[in-house]
Design a protein around this ligand. Sequence first.
Ligand code: NI
Length: 152
Amino acid sequence: MAIRHIVKKGDEILGKKSKKIDVINQRVIELLDDMAQTMYENNGVGLAAPQVGILRRLVVIDIGEGLIELINPEIIEFSGDAVLGEEGCLSVPGIVGKVNRPMYVKVKGLNRNGDEVEYEGSEYLARAFCHEIDHLEGILFTEKAESITYIE
Ligand code: NI
C-alpha cells in the first residue's frame, strides 16, 4: 500500500468525467487500498479516484462507521427534503461550504470481489455518497455550495 498524492482544485483532472471499471484486476485492488490509506492518512471521510489523478469510477468512504469501497457507484434512489450541511474536500483545502443534499440515498456498485452491493445512507453518509459520486462526474462541492467559508 502507498499514500498517493492528492490532486488539488485548479487541476483540470478534477473537472473531468471518470470512466467505468470493466475488469477488477490487481491494479484496481491496489488503487482501492491506496485510496483508503490516503484518505485515513489525511483524516478524510471519503476519496474518489480522480482525487489521486486517476479518472476511474472508484470511491472509498468512511464516516467513522467502517470502510465502504465502491466500484462504478450509482445513486439508484433518493428521498427526503434536501438538507443544507457543511462539506469539505481533501482536494479543496482551507475551504468548507454549505451544500444541499438529499436526506437519504440508496447506492449500488460493485465490491472488490465483483459482487453487486447496495448501501443506504442518511444524513452525513448520504452526503458523503453524493459528494464522492459527484467527483466521478467532475463536480466539486464548491460548484454547488450555497455559501463558502475560508478556514485557513
Ligand atoms: Ni471531495
